[in-house]
Design a protein around this ligand. Structure first.
Ligand SMILES: C[S@@+](CC[C@H](N)C(=O)[O-])C[C@H]1O[C@@H](n2cnc3c(N)ncnc32)[C@H](O)[C@@H]1O
Length: 295
C-alpha cells in the first residue's frame, strides 16, 4: 500500500510556516547570534586581506537574518570595503522576506546583493554550463545541507570555489541533538516514514566523517540550543502539529502517521535525554554545531 506520509518539503509554504514557528519557539538564531558576535570575528579575520572587494556566497540563506549578521561582522572587520553578497536560495517566499529585511536594514551601503532562485545543485550546474568557477572569500551553508541530494559532492564543489584565505562555514544539528533520534525512531518503524524523500538526516557527527574522508581540515564549535515543544503534547493544537511536522520533516505528521509511530515519537520527545521540564514548559535539546572548513 502506498505510504500517506510525505516529506514536509513537498509543501514549501507549510515548510516555511513551520520553520518560522520553530525560530519563534527556539533559541536557534539567538545561539547563532552569540557565535557570530563572539567567534565569527576570529573566523573571518583574514578572509579579505589585500582585497578591494570581498565575495560572500550564502547557500540556502533563507530570509537572510543570519546573512545580515555575518555581513555586519565582515563590514566591521573591513570597514569601507565593498562586499559582493550572492544568495543561492530556491524558495521565492524566503527571497522576498530576505529582500524585506535588506530594505529595512541600515548600513548596507557597501554591500551589493544578488539573489539566485535556485538550489545548490542548480547553481553548480549553471556555473558548469556557463564554464564559470567564480571564487569566494566566504561561503556559508546554515541549516541547509539536509536538503541536498549528495552532501560529499556538494561540499567538494563549494570547497573548490574557496580563495586561498577563505572559509566555508556550515551549521548543522549537533551529533547530540534529539532531532536525529526522533527521525531514527521513524526510520526503525519501517517504510512508512518518508526517509528518502528530499531530506537527509545528517548531524555534525556524520558530517565530520565526510570531511575526514575527503581529507579536509576544519574546526568544530558546539552551540547549546533548545526549543519549546510544550504545544506538541496538546492534542489538536495547531502550533504543536506544525512543530511536529518540522521535527519529523513530515507533512501533516499528526494526521498521516500511524498511531503507534505518533505515540512513540511523542514519548521519545519527552525522554530526559531529549528534553527537560522547566517552568511548566517542555524544552527540547536542539544543540547545533558550527563547522569551519579551511580552503
Ligand atoms: C532551515 S532553512 C535555513 C535558512 C537560513 N540559513 C537560516 O538559518 O535562517 C533551510 C533553507 O535552505 C533552503 N534550501 C532547501 N533546499 C535547498 C537546496 N537544495 N539548495 C539550497 N538551499 C536550499 C530552503 O529554502 C531554506 O530557506
Amino acid at each position: 500500500m502506498a505510504s500517506p506520509m510525505r516529506s514536509l518539503l513537498v509543501d514549501p509554504a507549510r515548510y516555511v510556516q513551520a520553520f518560522r514557528l520553530f525560530l519563534e519557539r527556539s533559541t536557534e538564531h539567538q545561539c547563532m547570534k552569540e557565535f557570530m558576535d563572539k567567534q565569527l570575528p576570529d573566523v573571518i579575520a583574514r578572509i579579505g586581506n589585500g582585497k578591494s572587494t570581498i565575495n560572500v556566497l550564502s547557500v540556502g540563506g533563507g530570509a537572510g537574518e543570519m546573512d545580515l549578521l555575518i555581513l555586519s561582522k565582515i563590514q566591521a572587520r573591513y570597514p569601507g570595503v565593498t562586499i559582493n553578497n550572492e544568495v543561492v536560495e530556491p524558495s521565492a517566499d524566503q527571497i522576498s522576506k530576505y529582500k524585506e529585511h535588506v530594505a529595512k536594514a541600515s548600513n548596507l551601503e557597501n554591500i551589493k546583493f544578488t539573489w539566485h532562485k535556485e538550489t545548490a545543485y542548480e547553481y553548480e550546474s549553471r556555473m558548469n554550463a556557463e564554464k564559470k568557477s567564480k571564487k569566494w572569500d566566504f561561503i556559508h551553508m546554515i541549516q541547509m545541507l539536509y536538503y541536498v541530494r549528495d552532501i560529499p559532492a556538494t561540499i567538494r564543489y563549494f570547497h573548490s570555489l574557496l580563495e586561498s584565505q577563505a572559509k566555508l562555514l556550515v551549521i548543522l544539528v549537533s551529533g547530540e541533538s534529539c532531532f536525529i533520534s526522533a527521525v531514527q525512531l521513524g526510520k526503525s518503524h519501517g517504510s512508512s516514514f518518508p526517509l528518502e524523500d528530499l531530506c537527509t538526516y545528517i548531524s555534525s557527527a556524520s558530517f565530520s566523517r565526510i570531511l575526514d574522508s575527503a581529507g579536509l581540515k576544519y574546526q568544530l564549535y558546539e552551540l547549546p540550543s533548545y526549543m519549546d515543544i510544550t504545544s506538541c503534547f496538546i492534542e489538536g493544537n495547531k502550533d504543536g502539529e506544525l512543530l511536529l511536522d518540522f521535527l519529523t520533516e513530515t507533512l501533516e505528521f499528526s494526521k498521516t502517521a500511524p498511531p503507534e509511530l505518533k505515540r512513540q515519537i511523542i514519548e521519545e520527545l519527552r525522554k530526559p535525554g531529549c528534553s527537560e521540564n522547566r517552568d511548566g514548559k517542555v524544552l527540547f535539546h536542539n544543540n547545533l554545531s558550527v563547522i569551519v572548513i579551511e580552503p
